[in-house]
Design a protein around this ligand. Sequence first.
Ligand SMILES: [Fe+2]
Length: 336
Amino acid sequence: MTPLPKLALSLTAFALAAPALAEEVNIYSYRQPELIKPLTDAFTAETGIAVNVAYLEKGMVERLQAEGKRSPADLIFTVDISRLNAAVQAGLTQPVTSETLTANVPDIYHDPEGHWWGLTTRARIVYASKTRVPEGEVTTYEDLADPKWKGRICTRSGTNAYNVALTSAAIYHHGEEVAKAWLEGLKQNLARKPQGNDRAQVKAIWAGECDIAIGNTYYMGQMLADPEQKEWADSVNVLFPVFEGAGTHVNISGVAMTKAAPNKDNALKMMEFLTSPQAQEIYAHANYEYPIAPGTEADALVTSWGSFEADPVNLMDLARLRDEALKLTETVDFDG
Ligand SMILES: [Fe+2]
């Protein structure tokens, strides 16, 4: 007699039980629970796969680095191409290829190698005073450097990720020298030193401190939904400037699979689910963003602000210019 058959039996029993226990996917998210929970609930309802989310405010890259191969995280959720690219550059992600993802996510909104995938977009636009800025007065980003705007523009810090991406786009389209002159011109036109968040700029228009401001589209929806901020939003029009010869600057919220992903199959299922029309509209509508899958539509409020042609640049090209853009911002002492 040998104990082997018994051992084999217990191993088999374990192997059969294991998959049921492993049906989960773990997410590290910089995005807030109110945006993510409806998605994870819908995913679990459809697939039976449990979703665990750690909501982080900072330090995601450092945490993944510290955890290394033992990290429980399968996916990371964040906004801004620079943050996605930071995780990629730190070697914390893995490339993902999937026909579903390729079909649902336009080429310009995913890494050609598959390390990051966009899920929603937001445009960086101009908020203009309804009373002090005639319609059609701002049509290009280049125009923001025109001296006619002297003392009339408000913006948040030039080193904020949203503005760095915009400056990266200026460099991409015009080269560093022209982009530098543009940033200097824009600085000359500021009504006050860069400060506050995007909504604070709209408040400043409402208060008469400036006439136009740079901001992301979804803040219009957020302000309209806030009793205190609604007046600020009501005082402005949303204008969609373009880079000359290109389009309106957009950035993404997106997802990447971690290099260590312990639940790779479930993680891929989650990624594919997130690009499905159903999930796309849940996600985009929750924060007044734009869904990107074919056949999906933005919320009626969002479409009421107008339509635009997005800049056709692949966001990876902007991510590559991030350091140069940041340096340029510091060189012209944009915030000074
Ligand atoms: Fe934001």
